[in-house]
Design a protein around this ligand. Structure first.
Ligand SMILES: [Zn+2]
Length: 476
């Protein structure tokens, strides 16, 4: 229940600590750097992502990097597929629209005017450019709460004005993003605000990547966005340790959704299927939505990718005490078993339920202080002690999902510093949570197996075919 005394040597080398930290933590860390043993340093890189300035990335790029993305759309047997790389290119070239200093007002006809927002512009300066008085700005902004969105201007954004022959504002229109436009139209009753959301069409794309430096760089070169890369890592996160096990030559294939408007990819959707070869072993994943509407990833033959438990309930924690059948208790000063694992982390760090289940207790329990006990089916039970407090909605009897935050690190009860005491019971017997072979989550329901295979098989076949087409075209 207690932190390791200061003089004691670290119980665990840093590399082992990595293995013990939460899957999410591993993923974030691993995406950025090749295996390294410095946990602390990695934490600090967490906020960096692929939005690193392009020139910096280029410098870091390994000269040997060889990532292959579908090179030619027309050569592909799947006509709707596009090289995902244009995503990255689009972001890279999405420079603010260059505005010539003089004519910012474009007039198609005398009553229609367009203004491009440039640095320093406000709604007032823009109105001024089309000859509208300051009072019109106030009138517009006061007309509707939502109309204030017109004052959240982005460099390069275009405002379109429709004016009456007398030069009064009739309509104001602007495209806020590829998916959203806003308008304000004047009638006898004043201005009416409207918003138009464009529904993108969905197409699928394929990428293939070979890892030569880090997963994040390889994925980026393959045209996979940062969030897609995170998604892929989380799909395989129960099987592959992305912090320690990624090697040069590992490779991946992904079929994913792209959201398209007018032929332009505006964002990405779900990963539909993926394959990751790590150190010679290949893992497959297929997204499947069951008849109840719940989506999850399964192996190509229908086993769950997800395990019933995640390894650790706290991301970015240090194991301060291992499970043992006998140790000297630092407060009681007697030999006592330590029937759990302690994770030291700053006060307030979120604690996650390691599996789906029902809360048997959320309250005080003696030396454990604020404690949550979760029952996972009939076999398993987990306990989380010394919490500072419980997360919203966590109370005796409530249901929790795996990964849901149940409370926060504290030092309540018999404890010398902020940490989580975590216990794992199998049929009422305490076991070492780190020594357990994790039980699998349920495979595809028998009744849905056929439907699943009808989706899984074509996706797998398509990845095979795409890959061979790609490799063949690279040899030409
Ligand atoms: Zn403990």
């Amino acid at each position: 229940m207690i932190n390791t005394p200061p003089k004691a040597p670290p119980l665990y080398p840093k590399s082992h600590l990595l293995a013990a930290s939460g899957i999410a933590a591993l993923l974030s860390l691993a995406l950025l750097v090749f295996p390294s043993s410095d946990v602390e340093a990695k934490k600090t890189t967490l906020n960096l992502d692929l939005e690193t300035p392009a020139d910096q990335l280029t410098q870091e790029q390994d000269a040997q990097e060889q990532i292959q993305a579908t090179p030619d759309v027309t050569a592909s047997p799947f006509a709707q597929i596009e090289n995902g790389a244009d995503d990255t290119q689009e972001t890279a070239t999405a420079e603010p629209v260059k505005v010539e200093p003089a004519p910012t007002v474009v007039a198609k006809n005398p009553n229609h005017k367009e203004v491009v927002v440039s640095r320093g512009d406000t709604l007032s300066t823009l109105f001024e450019k089309v000859g509208l008085p300051a009072s019109a700005v106030h009138e517009v902004l006061a007309s509707d709460k939502q109309a204030r969105q017109f004052s959240q201007l982005k460099h390069g954004q275009i405002l379109q004005f429709e004016l009456s022959p007398q030069g009064q504002l009739k309509q104001l229109h602007s495209k806020v993003s590829d998916l959203e436009s806003i308008s304000l139209s004047k009638s006898d009753k004043g201005y009416a605000f409207s918003r138009e959301i464009t529904k993108p069409s969905i197409r699928t794309a394929y990428v293939h990547g070979v890892i030569n430096s880090s997963l994040s760089q390889s994925a980026q070169r393959a045209g996979l966005s940062h969030s897609m890369t995170m998604d892929m890592a989380s799909v395989f996160g129960y099987d592959i340790d992305f912090a320690q096990d990624i090697r040069q030559g590992d490779e991946f294939d992904v079929i994913y959704e792209q959201k398209v408007i007018n032929g332009k990819t505006v964002s990405t959707g779900n990963i539909l299927s993926a394959r990751f070869t790590n150190r010679g072993k290949t893992y497959t994943a297929v997204r499947y939505t069951n008849k109840q509407g719940n989506s999850s990833y399964y192996t190509a033959d229908g086993n769950s990718m997800r395990k019933a438990f995640i390894r650790t309930p706290v991301d970015f924690a240090r194991i301060s005490s291992m499970f043992s059948m006998g140790r000297k208790h630092p407060i009681l000063n007697k030999i006592r078993a330590h029937k759990g694992v302690d994770y030291a982390a700053p006060r307030g760090t979120p604690i996650k339920a390691t599996g789906d289940g029902q809360v048997l207790l959320a309250g005080r329990r003696g030396g454990y202080g604020n404690t949550v006990v979760i029952k996972h089916g009939n076999t398993y039970q987990t306990l989380y002690g010394h919490m500072q407090g419980f997360a919203k909605g966590i109370q005796t009897g409530s249901n929790v999902r795996q990964g849901q935050v149940i409370g926060y690190i504290g030092t309540t009860g018999l404890s010398t510093g902020p940490h989580l005491h975590y216990e794992f019971q199998v049929n009422g017997v305490h076991v070492d949570p780190l020594g357990q072979k994790l039980p699998m989550a349920d495979p595809i329901a028998k009744a849905e197996k056929q439907r699943f295979m009808q989706q899984s098989q074509p996706l797998m076949a398509r990845m095979d075919q795409e890959k061979s087409t790609l490799l063949a075209s690279n040899k030409r």
